[in-house]
Structure formats: C-alpha cells, structure tokens
Design a protein around this ligand. Structure first.
Ligand SMILES: NC(=O)C1=CN([C@@H]2O[C@H](COP(=O)(O)OP(=O)(O)OC[C@H]3O[C@@H](n4cnc5c(N)ncnc54)[C@H](OP(=O)(O)O)[C@@H]3O)[C@@H](O)[C@H]2O)[C@@H](O)CC1
Ligand SMILES: Nc1ncnc2c1ncn2[C@@H]1O[C@H](COP(=O)(O)OP(=O)(O)O)[C@@H](O)[C@H]1O
Ligand SMILES: [K+]
Length: 454
C-alpha cells in the first residue's frame, strides 16, 4: 500500500499503539504473523522468482523476518536466512524455531539478488559497526533489490540519523505506521519507495502523510471577488513576484494584483497596481524577490500589522520575528526553506517534524518547512508531510509554491487546508512537468493538477 494519508509516529508512539493492541487481547505472535504476511507479499512481488536472502536480527524485527522467510519458502521461493543474534525471546523465538529452512550466520551469508532486511527496526539502540557493518556493505553491493522490514537497519526511527552503517533499501514496508525517521536525515535516501501496511492496528495520529486533496470548484453564484483576490507584493527582484503571481492566477484565484515598481505582468490576466487594497484582498503574499533594504522592511511591517491573511516567504522571512507573527490578528502561513527556518526559529535538531510543529505553536502560524520532505505544521499540533520530486530543487520553484499557497488561501480562507492543497498541487505539477523542469514550467501544469482533485 502506498503511504498516502498514513499516520506518522515516533518509536514511543508506535510502542504505545502496540501495547494498547496487546491490552485488547492480541498476542505478539499474532501481530508478528500479520507483519510477516505483509512482508512476504511485498518481497514476493519484488523478487519475481529470484532467490531471496532474509536477514534476521536479535529482536522482533528479526521475528518478522523469520516468519516472512517461512511464508516465502512455503510459497515456493528459494530462501536462505542470514541470522544475527542467537538468543531470541518471546514471539521472535517462536518464529525462529518455526523456520526450518537453511540458516547461516550473517557474516557468512551468501550474496543474493534480493535481500529482505529484518536486522533492526525501531529498537536500534547503538550504531551498526564492525562485522555487521562489513556484512551489510557486502550484501548490499551484490543485491539488485533490498526490501527493509519496518525501517532500513541503522536508521534512528525518530530522526532518520545514522550514527553507523545503514543497509540502504530500495523499498521499505513500514508496519502499522510511517516512522518519522523514514522522512528525515539519512532516512530520506535510505528508505527507498515507502510502503505501509496497517497490520490490523487502528492507528490515529494528527501527524500524517499528505493525501491528495478534494478541491471545491467555484459555485454558480461566485464571481472574481468572491473567489478571492490575491495580492502579490513585488520588490527588488521582480521575476520572483511574477512567478508567484502566475502561480496564483493558475492556482484558482478570482483576481490577481501584482504591486511592483516594475509594471511588467506575467499574464494579461494579472493586474498591475502601485498598491494593493487591503480591504479587497483575501490573501496577500509578501516576500518573493522583496529585498531586505529599508523599503522592504517598511513594506513588510505594513503587511505584518494589517488585518489581511498573509503568506510570508523568501526575503520577508528575514524581516519578521516570532513574537510579531504570534500577535497577528489574521491567519498567517510561513513558507521557509531550511535556511530561512533556521534563521527565524533556530536550527532544527534531528526531528524536523517536531521542529516545524514547535515553530507553528510559537508563531501561531501555519509553517510549511520546505525540502526533500516538506512538513506542513499547524499550531494545534497537526502536521502533514510529503516528499516532492527532487527535480524541484531549482531556483524559483519556491516562488511558485508561495503564489499557489496564496491562491488556495484566498479560495478556501482556511490556512491549513490551503497550505496542504498548495503543497500537493505543487508536487503534482512538478511530476507533470517532468525531469529538468524550470520554475517557469510549473504554473501551466497547475490547472491539470487541480483537475485531478475536483
Ligand atoms: N511496534 C509494533 O507495533 C510492531 C513491531 N514489530 C516489529 O518489531 C520491531 C521492533 O522490535 P524490537 O523492539 O524487538 O527491536 P529491534 O528493532 O528488533 O532491535 C532490537 C534488538 O537489536 C539489538 N540491537 C539494537 N541495535 C543494535 C546494534 N547496533 N548492533 C547489534 N544489536 C543491536 C538490541 O539489543 P539490545 O539493545 O537489547 O542490547 C535488541 O536485541 C519493529 O521494528 C517491527 O519490525 C512487528 O513484529 C509487529 C508490530
Ligand atoms: N531535494 C529536493 N527534493 C524535493 N523537493 C525539493 C528538494 N529541494 C527543494 N525542493 C523543493 O523546491 C522548492 C524550493 O523552494 P526555495 O528553496 O524557496 O526556492 P526559491 O527560493 O529559489 O524559489 C520547495 O518547494 C522545496 O520543497
Ligand atoms: K529492518
């Protein structure tokens, strides 16, 4: 199952869900059989008849591995287990005992085209080093495909940090929920394609993967003003504001006004004015290409103290402070990249999701922390995470996103919903634009992305 809309938990939250499940009468062995069935199904799908090496570690991740090996062998696959440990307990011990096929020590495990990694899961307690590190490097180099059970061995389940060696996966089957470590640190590169199986656990969390939104089309009574006027404040680098204004227009705004010293508009449908009327604007975007001089500072201050719903991006993020944001009487959405975030809120330690949630709580704003995993965090403790295509890492794509956020804010007047819609549409437009995209290509794909959400 793809990870769309899946809950995202810390290791401690996952263990609490597991404990509640046991308290309701499910045994560890039953849960492990469920996990193993899901692992065996995915491994068989990827193996397509090739020989499989299943790596079984000393804990319950190893228990899942032994049980999956049994199910795969029963289905006719050629399976060898490379074992690490030797003193299993509980359900893992029962699964190890029930495995009757070939078992070798991890250090002697034969290289195979397909590896199922059940060495360590959320219980990793120290760096992978020495013989284990040597063995996984050898097996990884020889394998065509590695499927990680729950999380790639060597990753911290909460931060994705790898203090030692990591067995990089081509795909990971997360059990019960996505773990924060799949989405940050070394986890971004080491997780591969992220799949989730609920294994029968009903997990509730307000931190989830971003799902495709449902977008409401305009009503028959709507006109350009009711659909929301977006004001884009231009500045020293007018190209950035033009990109944002184009994205705002393509993002479903009723009306886009670009206020800039440079009178060139990117589309005839975008109106150029000296000033934006705060009483008319449903959302105002300040920041892309604004500059950081005194004039920019005054402009920023004027909008910060206004009653307008604001999207604050780029240069403007360097001209505001957390307390002023928290005092704003109207909704605010901040769209920092990692550097802008660090300047405003301090560098995020390890867990970017936790850092974005804390920033949202402090600033009383929706925080869109951009990057390879983009986190959308709200002051109420809810968050959504998405992994946009890496081709977005090119200049100006953030300006497009900011314009799109403003468009959805004007259309919905609901800041968290607006940010989620915009981030999803932006990633989708990037996929539609394809490899080697440039920021100018993105806006024309936004209407197609919107059409998929109606
Ligand atoms: N939660 C759920 O709902 C479900 C969870 N399930 C599964 O359980 C997994 C969690 O299992 P877990 O808690 O037993 O921990 P696990 O990851 O196997 O590792 C702990 C063992 O590894 C050892 N060890 C650690 N680091 C090491 C190192 N660097 N080098 C060497 N050894 C090291 C550590 O030793 P210790 O620290 O105790 O000395 C201990 O022996 C989870 O990821 C999922 O797959 C499913 O079965 C069903 C539903
Ligand atoms: N490695 C990456 N993988 C996926 N998306 C990325 C990556 N790097 C950057 N992005 C996305 O590209 C955009 C860049 O925004 P930003 O840094 O503000 O650029 P600019 O200021 O040039 O417009 C963001 O939406 C971000 O999420
Ligand atoms: K693993």
């Amino acid at each position: 199952m793809r990870a769309t809309d899946a809950p995202i938990l810390t290791a401690a939250e996952m263990r609490a869900v597991e404990a509640a499940c046991f308290a309701r009468g499910t045994s560890q062995a039953e849960l492990m059989e469920c996990a193993a069935a899901a692992v065996a199904r995915e491994a068989a799908r990827f193996a397509r008849g090739r020989s499989i090496l299943v790596l079984g570690g000393p804990g319950n991740n190893g228990g899942d591995a032994f049980a999956a090996a049994r199910l795969l062998a029963a289905a006719g696959h050629d399976v060898t287990v490379g074992a690490l440990g030797g003193r299993w307990s509980g359900a893992a011990e029962a699964m190890q005992a029930a495995w009757r096929g070939p078992t070798v020590d991890l250090a002697d495990a034969p290289a195979q085209p397909v590896v199922v990694d059940g060495l360590f899961g959320i219980g990793l307690s120290r760096p992978i080093e020495g013989e284990v590190a040597t063995a996984i490097a050898r097996l990884r180099a020889a394998a065509g495909f590695v499927l990680a059970i729950d999380i790639a061995s060597g990753l911290d389940a909460d931060t994705g940090a790898a203090a030692g060696a990591v067995l990089r996966a081509d795909a990971t089957l997360a059990l019960g929920a996505v773990k924060r470590g799949h989405l940050q640190g070394e986890g971004v590169a080491a997780t591969g394609a992220l799949l989730v199986d609920p294994i029968g656990l009903a997990v509730r969390s307000e931190v989830r993967m971003l799902a495709q939104p449902r977008i409401a089309p305009p009503g028959s009574d709507d006109h350009k003003y009711t659909r929301g006027l977006v004001g884009v404040v231009g500045g020293a680098m007018p190209g950035a504001a033009r990109l944002a204004a184009t994205a705002a227009a393509r993002g479903g705004s009723g009306y886009v006004v670009l206020a800039s010293a440079d009178a060139r508009v990117p589309l005839d449908a975008v109106v150029h004015r000296e000033e934006i009327d705060p009483d008319r604007a449903a959302a105002v975007l300040v920041g892309p290409g604004l500059g950081r001089d005194d004039k920019a500072r005054r402009t920023c201050e004027q909008w910060l103290t206004s009653n307008c719903a604001l999207v604050i991006d780029g240069d403007a993020l360097a001209l505001v402070d957390v307390d002023s944001l928290a005092r704003r009487p109207a909704p605010t959405i901040l769209t920092p990249h990692a550097g802008e975030f660090a300047r405003l809120f301090g560098p995020p330690a390890g867990d970017r999701i936790a850092a974005a949630l804390e920033a949202a709580r402090r600033s009383k704003a929706i925080v869109v922390l951009k990057g390879a995993a983009t986190v959308i965090a709200a002051p109420d403790g809810s968050a959504r995470v998405v992994q946009p295509p890496a081709w977005l890492s090119t200049a100006g794509t953030g300006d497009v996103l900011a314009g799109l956020v403003a468009a959805r804010l004007a259309a919905t007047r609901a800041p968290m919903r607006a940010a989620c819609e915009a981030v999803w549409l932006h990633a989708r437009a990037a996929r539609l634009a394809g490899p080697a995209l440039v920021a100018d290509d993105l806006p024309m794909h936004i209407p197609h992305a919107i059409a998929e959400c109606l």
